[in-house]
Design a protein around this ligand. Structure first.
Ligand SMILES: [Zn+2]
Length: 431
């Protein structure tokens, strides 16, 4: 068992204000948190000087596509988890739009077994409907017994309100269960490529209207109120959808939402420059939406940042904007993008960043071993981030098997330098 003392860093978690501290990690746990310079050094301990760096609970990414089973030319659990470790992430929740879909306990067991040799903790969501076909509710009890907490047909919205009602009712019976929705009405986005409007017209491609998201979120929060069930909006992208969440929550509904880094820093206006790396579902929206999402992040309406890490093989993304598959890489760059574009300009405090990148997503997905606080007796799932390191995103240097990042060539400031999972150092760039 490794014993590591992180000496002199600034500790940021949800429990107390940021403070200089020594953090001792032993036998998989945080053993001691002491004032900086006063931490004990047990015999055989490795001492890492992290002065000037931020020590925080490891990031928790509750929306990743690791493409296994069925799409491993683009990514597999090992390569996806390696990227996650490099990104300071200690736990992920995989989406079930694999081939076959993750819709029964046998597939769940297979995926979790592969995940056990990954450097970070791998969890999986299951689909809401059999085969993600939208027609028949999965056996939620059996999947819950197999360890699944998050249910979603991600990639597709569940269009049948009766099935959504039944799934939400199940969340009131099964502890920790949450129903997550990719909120785009399929009948409104069919054939759409980018946000509907001027940009879609100028690029000569079909649009995906914001209303496709807004009608699904409005319907679903109504169903959450009706059932008393737990509902989560994946990658929310419009101002009005956020208002629906805000109001539902004020009325006491158990509704949460996440946004992606890309929807917080890019707009539809970037798609012409980015090409197929800027194509994703839901699409990049307008500057007004970005402003609304940023306000929601600061005021607490947005619970979490998740990446929707969606690798696609270079050949697939080499197709035309209309034909290329949607999605982009995210796990390895999320912390740096958030630090560069939100924390450093003062739009988000470091403490709030830790909350949305770690504490709240861990709570939403029921991952109690993650998300902090960094305190004695807690599992040692930690990230150390250098807030001053400036680096340039090189797609060829990422752990992913794919290259589709819209941040290629961008200069970012802030980067995870150490990731600790269950007390083990799984990534270190410390000298
Ligand atoms: Zn999605």
């Amino acid at each position: 068992m490794e014993t590591t003392l992180l000496r002199g860093g600034t500790l940021i978690d949800a429990a107390s204000p940021p403070r200089a501290a020594d953090v001792l990690v032993q036998a998989g746990e945080v053993r001691q948190v002491a004032a900086a310079g006063e931490g004990e050094v047990p015999p055989g301990a490795r001492v890492l000087d992290v002065t000037g760096l931020l020590v925080m609970p490891g990031l928790v990414d509750i929306q990743v596509h690791f493409r296994e089973p069925g799409g491993t030319e683009a990514e597999d659990i090992a390569s996806g988890a390696e990227g996650a470790a490099r990104g300071g992430v200690t736990a992920v929740v995989m989406m079930p739009n694999t081939s076959p879909a993750i819709d029964d306990p046998a597939v769940v067991a297979e995926v979790l077994a592969i995940g056990r040799s990954a450097p970070v903790e791998v969890h999986t969501a299951a689909s809401i409907t059999v085969g993600r076909q939208g027609e028949r509710l999965v056996d939620v009890r059996a999947l819950h017994a197999a360890g699944v907490r998050v249910f979603t047909d991600d990639g597709n919205a569940v269009m049948d309100a009766g099935i959504m009602r039944a799934a939400l009712e199940a969340t009131t019976q099964l502890p920790g269960m949450v129903v997550s929705q990719h909120a785009e009405d399929a009948s409104l986005v069919a054939g759409g490529v980018v946000n509907e409007g001027l940009v879609a017209r100028s690029l000569g491609v079909g649009g995906r209207p914001r209303e496709a998201e807004e009608v699904i979120v409005a319907r679903d929060v109504a169903l959450a109120r009706l059932t008393g069930g737990r509902y989560h909006v994946l990658h929310l992208s419009t101002a009005l959808a956020l208002d629906h969440v805000r109001r539902a929550r004020a009325e006491g509904a158990a509704v949460t939402c996440e946004v992606t880094p890309q929807h917080l820093v890019l707009t539809e206006g970037d798609v012409a420059r980015l090409g197929t790396s800027g194509k994703m579902n839901p699409p990049l929206r307008t500057a007004a939406d970005v402003d609304a999402l940023r306000r929601g992040l600061a005021d607490g309406t947005v619970d979490a940042i998740a990446t929707d890490h969606a690798p696609h093989a270079p050949e697939a993304k080499a197709a035309s904007l209309a034909d290329a598959p949607p999605g982009m890489l995210g796990v390895e760059t999320a912390a740096a993008v958030v630090w560069t574009h939100l924390v450093r300009p003062g739009l988000l405090s470091p403490a709030r960043a830790v909350e949305v990148l770690s504490t709240r997503p861990a709570a939403i997905a029921g991952l109690w071993r993650h998300g902090g606080p960094v305190a004695p007796g807690r599992p040692a799932n930690l990230c150390v981030l250098d807030p001053e390191e400036t680096w340039v995103v090189d797609p060829d240097a990422l752990a992913s098997r794919s290259r589709n990042t819209p941040f290629a060539g961008d200069r970012l400031t802030g980067r995870p330098v150490l990731t600790v999972v269950d007390g083990r150092v799984v990534m270190s760039r410390l000298g």
